[in-house]
Design a protein around this ligand. Structure first.
Ligand SMILES: [Zn+2]
Length: 559
């Protein structure tokens, strides 16, 4: 096992260090008959000295305006989807400027009126005052809209029994009342007869407007707080409403009289990145393929930044760069009383072992590519070590893959993978990151050519380099079950790029075979090409990993 691990790290370094990468077209890089699992080591097994890291391939200064490209005929489905991904992400990200769901967009809280009994009494007697009815923790809705009732329809309820939420956009006073004992009133019955239903707004929220989702969540949070604080936490006496429901006062006025206010529980939610990869986790009870950002509650005596680092380490075993934690945005999550505070931070990169055996392969044949940042990036990913009490799994997901997921594009070979919808801060944080990173990509003729396009089953593959006359360059993996020779695959790729009108230099960097089992989610990269020599399967695997997020990768150097 140790031998295998050390071989992986040596290979990793070959892949990340200079011209030696593609220097051995006709021989394996290390001894034959050795099958290795990609990245099957933890960072703690590596030596402390870092290998030479190359700068990223993308030109950070080269921001170009993104324009819609004409759809090119002949692109496969994955390719078609990708062609529009950047533009569509821009559009989605524009939507993210809207208020987050469950925030009270547009409500004036009018806090100064909470202690004005005369005004509250007058407001509650208005015919146009709005009451948000609740039963337990359920809100009333009808066909994607909140249902309101009038205060006069609630027998025996005065303004002292209702919680004042604030003023609507039209300056109408809004209250929330628990109508559990009043559900037989005419107005409630009438609403139900017209198709209204009692729903959990946490689930139903995305069907509502942002304004109403925020209002109903606010109403529910207040009702829930009241239901949990009916007795004094100090002396156990009954509590009574004050400040229009925004505080509760202990009725034991002689020896206690404690005041209690609604409190939020701050929870951090973090977008942890490592280069172009993002750390996502899933809980066992979630739907198939659902992944999201890591999150957790802030503990007493902690800063947000500390909580981000602690939770990431506890849940996924990943260490966060201490000075990288940056606030992004927040979202109320009053189910019952959380405030999600969103951060972006960077993981401490894995350090690979310096390679010291390059001279043993002295007859390297340079093929014009001096570095493969995609391999550096995969090697830099710290291996998640999941806390099984909290998570079932944690994975590093490539930006290209996440982009497709956020856009709802079909994933290659029916991979099932999804993230929370855009009502959730997790989604907004991901959208924001993908958009910002996409904007940094230098656009050139090869930008929209998909990196990976392979079949399933067992087939030959070719590692291909494309570049333009400006020095932009990209590697592709192409594998076809129907084509018997590596040269057929290469020629077909060259021909299709030409048909798309892309003026690119296309060259092969060796070949091999792939066993691809989508059901088992496995990819084995092995063998070589008689005509082209053996491709660097480490590079191939790093590229495949971008498109097959949940697969297990295995490399064999057996020719
Ligand atoms: Zn008390």
């Amino acid at each position: 096992m140790l031998l295998a691990l050390s071989s992986v790290m040596n290979l990793s370094h070959i892949a990340s260090c200079g011209k030696a990468l593609f220097g051995f077209p006709n021989r394996p890089l290390v001894g034959n008959l050795r099958t290795l699992t990609l990245l099957s080591f933890s960072s703690s097994q590596c030596c402390s000295s870092s290998c030479r890291m190359f700068p990223p391939s993308k030109d950070l200064d080269g921001l170009l305006p993104l324009t819609r490209k004409t759809q090119k005929p002949g692109l496969r489905r994955w390719e078609e989807a990708r062609s529009f991904s950047i533009l569509a992400t821009q559009a989605t990200a524009t939507n993210s400027k809207q208020s987050l769901f469950f925030a009270d967009a547009g409500i004036q809280r009018a806090t100064e009126l909470r202690t004005d009994s005369a005004w509250l009494a007058s407001a509650f007697s208005r015919k146009d005052a709005l009451v948000v009815p609740m039963i337990g923790m359920k809100n009333m809705v009808n066909s994607g809209k909140a249902v309101y009732i009038s205060p006069s329809s609630l027998p025996g309820i005065g303004h002292g029994d209702a919680i004042f939420l604030g003023l609507s956009e039209d300056k109408l006073p809004i209250f929330v009342v628990n109508v559990e004992d009043l559900s037989s009133t005419d107005e409630v019955k009438e609403a139900l007869d017209k198709g209204a239903e009692w729903v959990d707004v946490k689930k139903y929220g995305p069907s509502l407007s942002a304004y109403e989702a925020g209002l109903l969540a606010y109403a529910r949070g207040m009702i829930e707080w009241h239901s949990r604080h009916q007795h004094c936490g100090r002396c156990g006496s009954k509590m009574e409403m004050s400040e229009a429901g925004h505080s509760l006062k202990c009725t034991n006025s002689d020896s206690c009289g404690r005041l209690s206010y609604p409190r939020m529980d701050p929870a951090v939610i973090m977008l942890v990145t490592c280069g172009n990869y993002i750390l996502l986790g899933r809980q066992a009870r979630w739907d198939l393929g659902r992944y999201s950002l890591l999150a957790g509650f802030v503990e007493i005596g902690e800063t947000f930044e500390m909580a981000v680092a602690r939770e990431t380490k506890e849940e996924a075993g990943v260490t966060v760069e201490s000075d990288s934690v940056r606030y992004e945005s927040s979202q109320p999550w009053p189910f019952p009383s959380s405030l999600m505070v969103g951060f972006h931070c960077a993981a401490v990169k894995n350090k690979c072992e310096p390679y010291n055996g390059l001279e043993a392969h002295g007859d390297a044949v340079p093929v014009g590519i001096e570095r493969v940042p995609e391999v550096d990036e995969v090697n830099a990913l710290p291996r998640p070590a999941v806390d099984v009490h909290e998570l079932e799994d944690a994975k590093w997901i490539h930006r290209t893959f996440l982009n497709a997921v956020l856009l709802g594009e079909p994933l290659p070979h029916g991979q099932v993978f999804n993230v929370p919808g855009n009502y959730a801060i997790a989604n907004r944080l991901m959208q924001s990151w993908v958009k910002a990173e996409n904007a940094r990509d230098v656009q050139w003729a090869g930008s929209e050519v998909p990196t990976v396009d392979i079949d399933e089953g067992t087939f030959k593959y070719v590692l291909i380099n494309i570049e333009d006359d400006q020095g932009h360059q990209k590697l592709l993996v192409r594998g076809r079950k129907a084509l018997p020779y590596h040269s057929d695959i290469f020629e077909q790729t060259r021909k299709s790029l030409k048909e798309l009108g892309l003026n690119l230099q296309v060259s092969q960097l060796g070949g091999g075979r792939i066993d691809h089992n989508p059901d088992q989610r496995t990819l084995l990269v092995y063998s070589s090409s008689q005509a082209f020599g053996q491709a660097d399967h480490t590079v191939t695997s790093a590229l495949l990993r971008q498109a097959y997020a949940l697969h297990t990768f295995t490399i064999s150097w057996d020719p």
